[in-house]
Design a protein around this ligand. Structure first.
Ligand code: P6P
Length: 322
């Protein structure tokens, strides 16, 4: 079995990038340990405070964020970082050449009910004269990403990673604290019969999305001509992992509850990294109107409408919105 570092050394000629990915896993292994200790680690429940998103933070949101920040600050290759849990970007090492953007614990509302959550990260290049405290330094489109990944804290702890040459999965062996290659070059089936969306928002969607989902529900007798199944875990990392494993389509589309926000999910550290992973596995990732990775960011915490997964199904959604 191939260790993560051995795989990276063979597949990625950017040694700074290899070091940052390998180093980031130190924090993720600690997060995995604390999650799997559950109530015994005394870290469940609310942190009794809100983050920059106005969301109530869990204790593990704060702990995970601090662990990752500490880890990245210790790496000379990291110039700066931006977190879902931090209002502003954080400068790390002035001679660093990489920027790390992350959601330290996505799906954390599931922690207290013992459901899978994950860490999502996106890595961009920085220029020598970039100021890592300035938001503008990080505002690069998803196509500029040099790497993206997530660590899935489920029954087993998995790393799913791309450095631009395919999407690959690794399993953590907790006995030795090492990630080992599980699947190389994961491929998403082009077609699917499984969709994931929060149906309770149906009345807020655009008519085009309402029409598409109504046709999904019409099954064999409808215009899409097949019976679909539905999943909703309320944890994007778990949904995307299912789709990378067996296909499907995940949607958190625009809704009119807050017209100034085009969706719930965040572009820079959720939409973009997940889009890179999905596209590198042969899938598609769209806002329903354009590729997510083509969106030119205007703020670090901006939201984006998300439709991603099996290529043919995403193309169908795009056709409904043409
Ligand atoms: P809802 C988790 O809070 C998250 O950001 C994603 O991981 C997940 O897909 C979505 O929000 C769930 O949202 O509205 O169903 O709770």
């Amino acid at each position: 079995m191939q260790r993560l570092r051995t795989f990276l050394d063979h597949h990625c000629d950017d040694q700074a990038l290899v070091a940052v990915i390998d180093g980031l896993m130190v924090a993720c292994k600690d997060i995995a340990y604390r999650l799997h200790m559950g109530s015994l680690a005394g870290v469940l429940g609310s942190a009794e405070q809100e983050n920059v998103q106005g969301e109530c933070q869990k204790k593990l949101d704060v702990i995970s964020n601090d662990l990752i920040k500490f880890c990245l600050k210790g790496m000379p290759e990291v110039k700066g970082m931006a977190s879902e849990e931090e209002a502003d970007p954080v400068a790390c090492n002035p001679d660093g050449e990489l920027l790390v953007l992350f959601d330290p614990l996505d799906g954390s509302s599931n922690i207290d009910v013992n459901v899978t959550v994950g860490t999502i990260f996106s890595i961009l290049k920085a220029s020598a004269n970039d100021d890592a405290t300035h938001e503008a330094t990080y505002l690069q489109s998803g196509k500029q990403q040099v790497a993206a990944g997530y660590v899935l804290y489920g029954p087993s702890t998995l790393l799913v990673l791309t450095t631009g040459n395919g999407t690959h999965t690794f399993t953590l062996d907790p006995r030795v604290g090492e990630f080992f290659l599980q699947r190389e070059n994961v491929r998403i089936p082009a077609t699917t019969k499984e969709f994931a969306i929060n149906m309770s928002n149906q009345r807020f969607w655009l008519p085009q999305m309402q029409n598409y989902v109504a046709d999904l529900l019409a099954g064999e007798e409808g215009p899409l001509g097949k019976r679909y199944n539905m999943r909703w875990i309320a944890s994007m990392v778990a949904e995307i992992h299912r789709i990378l494993t067996r296909g499907g389509i995940f949607m958190y589309p625009y809704d009119n509850r807050e017209p100034q926000k085009p969706g719930k999910l965040r572009l820079m550290y959720e939409g973009n990294p997940m889009s890179m992973l999905v596209e590198q596995a042969g899938g598609k990732a769209s806002t329903a109107f354009e590729d997510i990775t083509a969106v030119e960011p205007t703020s670090i915490h901006q939201r984006v409408s998300v439709v991603m997964g099996s290529a043919d199904e995403v193309e169908t959604v795009v056709r409904y919105h043409a």
